[in-house]
Design a protein around this ligand. Sequence first.
Ligand SMILES: CC(C)(COP(=O)(O)OP(=O)(O)OC[C@H]1O[C@@H](n2cnc3c(N)ncnc32)[C@H](O)[C@@H]1OP(=O)(O)O)[C@@H](O)C(=O)NCCC(=O)NCCS
Length: 227
Amino acid sequence: MALSRRVEPLVVRTVWWAARSPGRRRLLERLAQEIDEAVETTSGDERPRTLYQMRLLSPPAAPPAATEPFRPGLDEAALLGLIGRAFAWHPEEQWDGQRLRRELDTVGNPPDAIRLAWEGPELAGFCWTRLHRRPTGPVGELVIAGVDPARAGRGLGTATVAAGVAHLRSQHVHHVYLYVESSNVVAVRTYLRLGFEVYRAERRYGEAPLLPPGQVSESSPERRPST
Ligand SMILES: CC(C)(COP(=O)(O)OP(=O)(O)OC[C@H]1O[C@@H](n2cnc3c(N)ncnc32)[C@H](O)[C@@H]1OP(=O)(O)O)[C@@H](O)C(=O)NCCC(=O)NCCS
């Protein structure tokens, strides 16, 4: 077993140290790559899954897409359809109307917190944000974002997430944070491109890492999502 619960605290401390300075990010990325390679060789319940908490304290380093706020009563079907397409591979993100209603009813979810990027009549991308009022001042969260797979890989995801960040920053947040699976390489690259840095890496055991399609090496067919 390449990683165990005994070495986990050391790994977490090392990642924490590396994430504190932009100059160490290369080292952090290398470390993350080595951890992922080690994960490839582990099996069963001991295989860890890593969640990055990423943070951005500055304006997004890419221009935002033009977005519209979510319109309750009008945009539900389009948003559900897009979430379904973008997260078809993700067992925990299979949304139905009930889940959408529940998420919309969550305190701190005004409709304009959900930014929608339209291409003509079609919803092409979305970025769901949340404002947290803390004693030390407001903090922004990027809850979930995605683009239509037919439109992926041409900058729309970066621009849509930038629009979400811009929306949060217009509310004077101290920083914007999000959680992402380390295995979701495209999402991590999107956030790095915008200036996010890995602030913390959280290890989870007993759950298989989730991988979007096209992000699986041929040598690890067992890591493919079941859908
Ligand atoms: C993550 C996501 C929003 C990115 O949107 P996108 O429009 O495809 O991304 P962009 O075209 O803006 O590219 C962003 C970065 O990813 C890279 N990228 C895009 N597609 C890629 C692919 N298939 N393989 C590797 N890298 C890829 C781009 O090169 C770019 O990185 P760079 O700036 O270092 O070159 C989109 O892939 C998506 O909806 N994924 C499914 C849902 C999801 O995982 N959401 C994030 C977690 S909440």
